[in-house]
Ligand binder design. Structure first.
Ligand code: AKG
Ligand code: FE2
Length: 328
């Protein structure tokens, strides 16, 4: 069966966004939740329709009211993150509470958030002191940034949406699959920066001394046996808002191999579940630091899960972080 939303998407992809939108409007008039959801997604991403976060939030609210669980998940994240309205941490939890009986993901978010030490705005109250591993260039770690339950839940959320990881190709000016990066990944862009994910991002921000807005979408990387991320730089020339830091959190430890290695400064890092590794990619002038080449070494047994967040020098402008940003 093809739904109106699917037809609208096909039209938009064929260059007929106006017709697609008309179809969505008709379906909305019939009370079809996924027609509200799809318009909401277009409006957040500014794809097939001009970006309008407030209208997006309204459309997703409508879809949620009509019983769409995916829309309710996205809505809770927008409320938490302040997209299309002021950030409202308590309001985001109200959305989760309304859905907790019908949606195990909402219930689990609430349960894990309840165990976090957060103020009323969802800001972590804790201190996350770093142990220095290497002074210049800076590499540091913090043990137990995330609990084992939080790591497991991130993996659970990421698993169904895993895709082959890509890298940005400078000549082609787009993301491509490449033997340099053989792993799967699952990102948490704005439409899936759910309250739990937001809370994790805030904790990474607190531990790295940055603002939560400076981070590109959180990614969960999955490396099966033999998979690796060959030596590469996270900061590359030509980013006017450079990736100054990378934060990695080990989400499991029952695998062999898979060390994060920095061959030019002689570091091989491996952490326990929940440990954070943070490193500077740029020098004092925010130019890519040639010593910060690093790799995820091949996994030799088991499966490695790692959360990764690339942190920019400044929050994004209205158009996001630009062409190198991890796909939204
Ligand atoms: O898998 C690793 O150990 C490294 C990951 C990495 O380099 C990245 O996410 O940028
Ligand atoms: Fe990297």
């Amino acid at each position: 069966m093809t739904t109106s939303a699917q037809q609208a998407m096909a039209l938009a992809q064929a260059g007929q966004a106006g017709e697609g939108l008309a179809l969505l409007r008709a379906a909305q008039a019939r009370g079809e939740a996924d027609a509200f959801l799809l318009e909401g997604l277009w409006l957040i991403e500014g794809r097939f329709a001009p970006r309008d976060p407030a209208a997006a939030r309204a459309a997703l609210g409508k879809a949620a009211e009509l019983g769409h669980v995916g829309a309710a998940r996205t809505l809770a994240g927008l409320v938490a993150c302040g997209v299309g309205g002021d950030p409202d941490w308590q309001g985001a939890q109200d959305v989760l509470r309304r859905w907790a009986e019908r949606d195990a993901v909402a219930a689990q978010q609430l349960a894990l958030i309840a165990r976090m030490d957060l103020d009323a705005d969802g800001i972590p109250r804790g201190d996350y002191p770093l142990q220095v591993v290497h002074d210049d260039p800076r590499v540091a770690r913090h043990e137990g940034l995330l609990s084992a339950d939080e790591c497991d839940f991130l993996i659970t959320l990421a698993e169904p949406r895993m895709r082959r990881a890509t890298i940005f190709h400078d000549e082609l000016q787009r993301f491509v699959e490449d033997p340099v990066r053989r792993s799967d990944k699952s990102g948490f862009p704005l439409v899936s920066e759910w309250p739990f994910v937001r809370a994790i991002n805030r904790r990474i921000a607190a531990a790295t001394g940055t603002s939560v807005e400076q981070g590109e979408p959180l990614q969960v990387l999955r490396y099966a046996e033999t998979q690796e991320y060959r030596p590469h730089f996270d900061a590359v020339a030509g980013m006017d808002n450079p990736r100054i830091l990378t934060a990695l959190v080990w989400l499991n430890e029952d695998y062999a191999g898979g060390e994060t290695s920095f061959p030019d400064i002689g570091i091989e890092a491996r952490g326990k579940t929940g440990d954070l590794l943070v490193f500077a990619n740029t020098d004092a002038e925010q130019r890519p630091d040639p010593r910060m080449r690093h790799a995820g070494r091949p996994v030799t047994a088991g499966v490695k899960f790692l959360a990764s967040r690339w942190i920019r020098a400044r929050p994004p402008g209205p158009e996001g972080f630009g062409r190198h940003e991890v796909e939204r």
